[in-house]
Design a protein. Structure first.
Length: 340
């Protein structure tokens, strides 16, 4: 009907007006919230920025103060160290006095060394003169046969010269040189037969120079006897195969067993816990078999005991089965693994 159509139109118009109004209201509220949030963020960012700036200013002021303090400390330390070095470690006046004393000592040592060098030079010159004089005397004694005689003048006393040669006067003062045969000392030489017989390297004298042989060198294209003997009796130089023993493994095992035996506390063999080695008689301890009895400290406990409640007079025994590994030890191993 017309009423329903008109009612529907009014209802749609009211809904549209309400939606528009509510939209305006919500948008106004959102704008208000945005402005409030902007104000809050502005105040908070301002506050946080000021706090960060205060921290930066604080750190900068601390760094500036520390730099200033360090500079002042360096200046103070520089002044103090300079004063301390000048006062105690590097005293200028003391060093000046020390250098003056060193220079005086140096001058005295230089003078002494110069005197010693001059004395050494004079001694060398005197030794050279003495040596030359001895050489001249020896030559004069050696050429004494050139001395002039009453009948024949010598070569140093020529009649065509006004004055004789100085060697003529030296020959007159010198005595003639007599040839004295030097006595040859008889040395005990080892005969070739006594040391040619030694064929072993131990008996041969190990020396670089071999003993001489009392016989002449054979004529012909033969080598020297010394070279031949050196080649004959040179030491043996075995190869690596010959130098090492053949049974090196057995020797190493024996040495290992010997070292193991040296490290043993006693020679008693360790026997495992099995019935295979029970044929050996047990040797009781000395303190347990003594008439004074064993020491009960640490072994006897002081606790209450009631013998009336005991079931039997004997103590409980812990019986455990034997281990197969311990019972078969020494029986199933190879020969290298047995106890030796």
């Amino acid at each position: 009907s017309v009423v329903d159509v008109f009612r529907k139109k009014e209802y749609d118009a009211a809904v549209k007006i309400q939606s528009w109004f509510r939209g305006c209201q919500v948008r106004a509220y959102i704008r208000y919230l945005h402005r409030a949030a902007t104000v809050i963020q502005k105040w908070w960012r301002g506050y946080s920025g000021r706090e960060e700036y205060r921290l930066l200013v604080k750190f900068a002021s601390c760094a500036m103060k520390m730099n200033f303090y360090n500079a002042m400390a360096v200046r103070i330390q520089r002044r103090w160290r300079g004063y301390r070095i000048r006062k105690y470690c590097f005293n200028y006046f003391y060093l000046k006095e020390y250098l003056r004393a060193v220079s005086e000592t140096n001058d005295a040592i230089r003078e002494a060394l110069e005197e010693f060098a001059e004395m050494r030079e004079r001694e060398e010159k005197r030794a050279d003169l003495e040596r030359e004089e001895k050489e001249r005397d020896y030559q004069a004694r050696k050429m004494h046969y050139l001395l002039s005689t009453k009948q024949i003048p010598g070569i140093y006393n020529s009649p065509f010269r006004k004055d004789p040669d100085p060697w003529e006067l030296r020959l007159q003062k010198a005595k003639p040189l007599t040839s004295q045969r030097s006595k040859v000392k008889e040395k005990h030489w080892i005969s070739p037969s006594s040391w040619l017989e030694c064929t072993s390297a131990r008996s041969f004298p190990r020396s670089e120079i071999l003993p001489p042989i009392d016989r002449k060198q054979c004529q012909g294209p033969f080598r020297d006897i010394t070279e031949v003997l050196e080649q004959r009796y040179k030491p043996l130089e075995p190869t690596l195969r010959v130098a090492e023993p053949i049974n090196e493994l057995n020797v190493a095992r024996e040495e290992f067993r010997r070292q193991e035996w040296m490290r043993n506390v006693h020679d008693n063999m360790f026997l495992p816990f099995s019935s295979y080695h029970k044929n050996k008689k047990y040797t009781p301890l000395m303190h347990s078999s003594s008439k004074y009895g064993p020491n009960f400290y640490g072994s006897r406990h002081f606790r209450d005991e009631n013998p009336k409640k005991w079931i039997c007079d004997k103590d409980f025994q812990t019986v455990l089965p034997s281990f197969d590994l311990f019972s078969k030890y020494g029986k199933l191993y190879s020969k290298a693994g047995q106890i030796i």
